[in-house]
Design a binder for this molecule. Structure first.
Ligand SMILES: CC(=O)SCCNC(=O)CCNC(=O)[C@H](O)C(C)(C)COP(=O)(O)OP(=O)(O)OC[C@H]1O[C@@H](n2cnc3c(N)ncnc32)[C@H](O)[C@@H]1OP(=O)(O)O
Ligand SMILES: O=C([O-])CC(=O)C(=O)O
Length: 441
């Protein structure tokens, strides 16, 4: 069956489960809220639903029930590669089913039709100051696509209907995931390659095409596939996924929603941390290792300098994870199995930071999780392949994250999730409930 028919069947099968939960079990208590959660970023409150991925604090992410190695193992691979195509992963995220090669071929063919980006998007990006951050350019590019939103068109048609609304989200979502790598490549060439644009390669899958559009080598095709898949989704509560979900819950179309999600991804505590990691590591090399090899003592000193200056160690810590991020491990394994990369001085330094930072953070005693997250390991791979403009790294993250966010809001509409609107309270209310030992219901 083709992707849309499979998805339609899955959504229709799923709807009665959601209806039953609300109707028959709507008042069953699954969590409680404390004052520190209220003030502290709603940490750990179970109040969002998604089946696209789940993050276990100890184990890390599972996409549709599969760990990262299981996902890479299960999906059909790109021709001549050990990695799956992004297109097969898109099918998998949307439907929860591992596609057959024939189904992947269909998605790859449809992707090619959808990936054509209208000229006005490039014009809008070109109109920005050239020294704008590339995340601004990406967010503007996605927002510019809004004018032709099929979902907005359907809403404005006067024929809007809740049962079929997801089909129009799906159309926009699919267009968006196919176009965002092309927009990202355009931004890269505009900002760093003197606007020398390279054409779409109509014979290539998404990962290979992106590599070719930014003038990269053959090996980078797998880097792109791996990177986009690893960064795709991290359940629903993270800033970029949650923002996208929140904005779409007002029936803002996928372009409005993902442009907003990207703006959240651009924060240094979230996606921008990958650029911060490279910045930190290169500055460390420049300051301490001009004439000497890095040592654990030097790394320890640099980490303490950062902490004593009141800054966070980028790439370490997590709001949910309490172990090394398996996305970190997956990329580290890629480095270790890649000749050249495993002996690269920057990779060796990143590995030494991995040996050192958890101990320093534990001694510092603040971070609940002293272990590395995905951002601590992603930049060194890009650096090795010559993509050294590290302010571009969050754009790469944004290309990957689009897959998860777009799969999620397609299902949000399929299941008719409500407009999101949590309740706020005042400080005097909290003080009163504190005195009384809790809010009296
Ligand atoms: C793709 C991603 O978004 S992954 C995360 C990327 N971000 C980073 O790598 C930035 C560095 N890390 C951090 O700032 C944090 O660990 C976050 C934002 C990821 C998680 O934040 P929280 O859930 O609030 O972390 P946690 O509960 O452990 O914070 C407790 C304290 O430890 C501090 N802390 C947490 N991580 C670090 C760190 N890497 N370095 C120094 N201090 C840290 C917090 O700033 C906080 O300090 P405070 O009490 O003075 O405010
Ligand atoms: O889960 C989070 O809060 C942050 C994160 O790692 C991601 O979004 O990939």
């Amino acid at each position: 069956m083709a992707l849309k028919e499979t998805l339609k069947q899955k959504i229709e099968e799923h709807r009665p489960r959601t209806t039953r939960l609300v109707k028959e079990f709507g008042k069953v208590i699954i969590d409680q809220v404390t004052i520190d959660q209220c003030i502290g970023g709603a940490r750990d409150i179970r109040c969002l639903v998604t089946d696209i991925s789940y993050l276990d604090p100890q184990e890390g992410i599972r996409f549709r029930g599969k760990t990262i190695p299981e996902t890479f193992e299960a999906l059909p691979k790109a021709a001549g590669s050990d990695y799956p195509t992004v297109e097969s992963f898109w099918y998998f995220l949307l439907t929860g089913e591992v596609p057959t090669q024939a189904q992947v071929d269909e998605v790859v063919a449809e992707w090619k039709v959808r990936q054509e980006v209208p000229q006005y998007v490039f014009d809008a990006i070109r109109a920005l100051p050239r020294d704008s951050h590339p995340m601004v350019m990406l967010s503007v590019g996605i927002l510019a696509l809004q004018k032709d939103s099929k979902f907005a068109g359907f809403y404005n048609s006067g024929k809007f209907n809740k049962m079929t609304a997801w089909e129009y989200v799906y159309e926009d979502a699919y267009d968006l995931v196919a176009r965002i790598p092309v927009i990202a490549a355009f931004i890269y060439n505009l900002k760093y390659k003197g606007d020398k644009q390279l054409p779409i390669d109509p014979s290539a899958d998404c990962g290979a095409n992106f590599a070719r559009m930014i003038g990269q080598c053959k090996e980078y095709e797998d880097v792109a596939r791996m990177y986009f898949i690893l960064h795709s989704d991290h359940e629903s509560g993270n800033v970029s996924a949650h923002t996208t979900h929140l904005v779409h819950s007002a029936l803002s179309d996928p372009y409005y929603a993902y442009s907003a999600g990207l703006n959240g991804l651009a924060g240094p505590l979230h996606g921008l941390a990958n650029q911060e990691v490279l910045d930190w590591t290169i500055k460390f090399q420049e300051k301490y290792c001009k004439d000497v090899e890095p040592t654990k003592e030097l790394v320890t000193k640099a980490l303490w300098d950062t902490l004593n200056a009141g800054q966070v160690v980028p790439g370490y810590g997590h709001a949910v994870l309490r172990k090394t991020d398996p996305r970190y491990t997956s990329q580290r394994e890629f480095c270790l199995k890649t000749p050249g990369l495993k002996d690269d001085p920057l990779f060796k330094l990143v590995a030494m930071i991995f040996e050192t930072a958890p101990g320093v953070l534990m001694e510092h005693g603040k971070a609940k999780n002293p272990w590395p997250n995905v951002d601590a390991q992603s930049g060194v791979i890009q650096w090795y392949y010559g993509l050294r403009e590290w302010d571009f790294y969050t754009v790469l993250f944004g290309v990957g994250r689009a897959l998860g966010c777009m799969a999620n809001i397609t299902w949000d509409r399929g299941l008719g999730y409500a407009i999101e609107r949590p309740k706020s309270v005042t400080t005097p209310m909290l003080e009163k409930w504190a005195e009384e030992g809790g809010r009296k219901f």
